[in-house]
Design a protein around this ligand. Structure first.
Ligand SMILES: [Fe+2]
Length: 277
C-alpha cells in the first residue's frame, strides 16, 4: 500500500517496506498522483491453477500474480467458475489450492492478499449449492458473483437476481457488458440495481473507439454511475491477463480519481466487510 507512515524522511532513514520507499521517492520527485493511491482490489479473476479455464498450472498462476502486482493490484478475489452439472472442484481441494496460491502471493509481497469465492453460473439449484457450502460466496460474505449466458433474456436475469436477494444474498452481476439484452437496453441496468443487484464490469471492456458498441455501453454506465465493481476477469498471461493500470489511468482522466478509488478500493472493501455499499 502506498500509505504514509509518519515523517517520510524519518521512515526513509530507518528503513521500511519497498512500497513505502517508493512512496517517499515519488514525493521527492514530485509525482503527486501516487499520494492517494492505495492500489486496486480485483474482485473477479481465474488465478487458481487447474481449477477452471483460468491458470493452467502454478507457474502460470505465479506469472499472473506477478503481473497483477506490477499493475497495482494489491488484493485479488479468486473466483473460479461454478456451474451445476459440471465437474466443479471439491471444496476441500479448492481451499488447498487457494492456500498454495496465497503463499505465492505473499512471496511477491507480504501485503498482497488473495480471497476465495466463485463465479456462479445461475441455474436451478445454485442457491441450494451455496447453502450446502458446495459453492462459495465472496470471501465468506453475503456477496455472490453471478453470471449468465450472453444471450440471456432480461426477464431471466431480473428473476434470478431477485431470487438471490430473497434468499439473503447480495448478487453482483458479473461482466455486465456481456449480456446483449442489457447492451441493447441500458436502462435495464438501473432497474436491476433498484431491485438489489450490484454491477461488475471488466476493465478490458472499456477501451475502444466510438464504433465499439461494448465500450460505448461501458462508458455510458460509468457516466451514469451504474457500476459498483471492476475486475480483470483474468484467465492467463496473454489475451486475458490481469492488466489494470492503463485502463485505470484512462478512468482517472475521464471520471476522476474519487470515482476510481470508489470502484477499485472503497466498494470492494465494503463488500469484504460484508456491508452494503
Ligand atoms: Fe469470469
Amino acid at each position: 500500500m502506498f500509505t504514509l507512515k509518519g515523517s517520510p524522511i524519518l521512515v526513509a532513514l530507518f528503513g521500511t517496506s519497498l512500497d513505502d520507499k517508493y512512496y517517499i521517492i515519488c514525493i521527492y520527485m514530485g509525482i503527486k498522483e501516487v499520494e492517494s493511491m492505495q492500489g486496486y482490489i480485483d474482485i473477479h479473476s481465474h488465478i487458481l491453477p487447474g481449477v477452471d479455464d483460468g491458470a493452467r498450472d502454478m507457474n502460470q498462476t505465479r506469472h499472473m500474480l506477478q503481473l497483477a502486482y506490477q499493475e497495482g493490484i494489491r488484493f485479488m478475489i479468486a473466483t473460479p467458475h461454478y456451474e451445476i452439472g459440471c465437474s466443479n472442484m471439491e471444496i476441500t481441494k479448492l481451499r488447498e489450492v487457494f492456500e498454495q496460491v496465497s503463499l505465492e502471493a505473499h512471496k511477491i509481497n507480504k501485503d498482497f492478499q488473495i480471497a476465495l469465492g466463485n463465479e456462479l453460473f445461475f441455474s436451478m439449484g445454485i442457491i441450494e449449492a451455496l447453502q450446502r457450502g458446495e459453492a462459495l460466496t465472496i470471501a465468506g460474505t453475503r456477496y455472490i458473483l453471478v453470471e449468465f449466458e450472453p444471450n440471456v433474456s432480461y426477464r431471466k436475469i431480473q428473476e434470478s437476481l431477485h431470487h438471490c436477494v430473497l434468499e439473503g444474498y447480495i448478487p453482483i452481476l458479473a461482466h455486465v457488458e456481456r449480456y446483449f439484452c442489457l447492451v441493447e437496453q441500458p436502462n435495464y441496468v438501473e432497474k436491476l440495481i433498484g431491485e438489489g443487484a450490484y454491477i461488475q464490469m471488466n476493465l478490458s471492456s472499456i477501451r475502444g473507439g466510438i464504433t465499439n458498441t461494448k465500450a460505448n455501453f461501458c462508458k455510458k454506465l460509468l457516466r451514469q454511475e451504474l457500476v459498483h465493481f471492476m475486475g480483470t476477469d483474468s484467465h492467463d498471461t496473454a489475451a486475458r491477463a490481469p492488466h489494470a493500470k492503463e485502463t485505470v489511468d484512462y478512468l482517472v482522466k475521464k471520471y476522476g480519481e474519487a470515482s476510481v478509488q470508489q470502484l477499485l478500493w472503497d466498494n470492494p472493501m465494503r463488500m469484504l466487510e460484508n456491508k452494503h455499499l
